[in-house]
Design a protein around this ligand. Structure first.
Ligand SMILES: Nc1nc2c(c(=O)[nH]1)N(C=O)[C@@H](CNc1ccc(C(=O)N[C@@H](CCC(=O)O)C(=O)O)cc1)CN2
Ligand SMILES: Nc1ncnc2c1ncn2[C@@H]1O[C@H](COP(=O)(O)OP(=O)(O)OP(=O)(O)O)[C@@H](O)[C@H]1O
Length: 195
């Protein structure tokens, strides 16, 4: 199966769940997340605004903010194509849509949160395998975002993929630019690939 075929196979698997099943999955993922040692004190997290058949992040994000964590969401970089910026959320956040139809905070330079200031980055994915390899939407956004972390330049950051259990495959094809995730949380379990 080509990478593109595998991606559409996984997208179909994800889309076959009902909205209720997805919400239930998000509740379980949220619970695993809240039990993480890294989240026992207030910290700064990068998250994302889920769309379409992704594991819903709305309730998870709300819970994290209610627990006094600082939350930043990605926007497509206005100058550096293929890169993301993360913007801190507040009560006064103004919203817009990016070219993929994904809601994002309006650009405000004062709200930019560099990865160096985050303890946790929640990462969307289309598929992951038993070694933590990740397949995304195909834009390379998170591979670019995580490349400095991968090189060891951002020591205090823990990237965590969020997924449905049907997004697990035995083995993903690996590209040279792919950044494997140290952790993925699904309803069934917290996959820790660090040890
Ligand atoms: N919720 C969420 N936000 C995210 C991501 C994500 O995977 N999920 N991204 C993760 O990287 C980035 C956006 N990446 C994306 C890449 C491709 C498509 C997409 O729908 N592509 C269409 C082609 C659309 C077009 O070219 O205009 C497709 O593949 O059919 C969507 C998002 C940043 N924000
Ligand atoms: N660090 C990087 N520097 C330059 N180009 C990159 C980098 N990472 C990925 N790319 C480019 O991005 C493209 C898409 O990569 P890939 O299909 O692995 O994306 P993905 O991980 O599935 O998507 P996303 O991270 O956006 O969810 C590739 O053509 C690759 O050349």
């Amino acid at each position: 199966m080509s990478q593109q075929q595998l991606r559409s196979h996984l997208l179909n698997a994800r889309a076959s769940l009902s909205a209720a099943e997805r919400d239930d999955a998000a509740r379980q993922v949220g619970e695993h997340l809240r039990n993480l040692p890294e989240l026992q004190q207030s910290c700064t997290l990068g998250s994302y605004f889920s769309v379409r058949a992704e594991l819903p992040t709305h309730a998870i994000n709300q819970h994290l903010m209610d627990a006094q964590h600082q939350l930043a969401l990605p926007i497509l970089h206005p100058i550096l194509a293929g890169h993301l910026l993360f913007l801190q959320l507040s009560e006064t956040t103004q919203w817009t849509h990016n070219k993929y139809g994904i809601p994002e905070p309006e650009l405000n330079a004062q709200h930019i949160v560099p990865l160096q200031q985050m303890q946790v980055l929640l990462v969307p994915l289309v598929g992951f395998d038993r070694s933590g390899n990740r397949m995304g939407m195909g834009g390379g956004f998170y591979d670019r975002t995580l490349s400095a972390w991968h090189k060891g330049h951002i020591k205090n950051l823990l990237p965590i993929g969020l997924a449905l259990d049907c997004q697990l495959v035995d083995e993903l094809p690996k590209n040279p630019w792919d950044v494997p995730l140290p952790m993925v949380i699904t309803p069934a379990k917290t996959w820790d690939f660090r040890s």
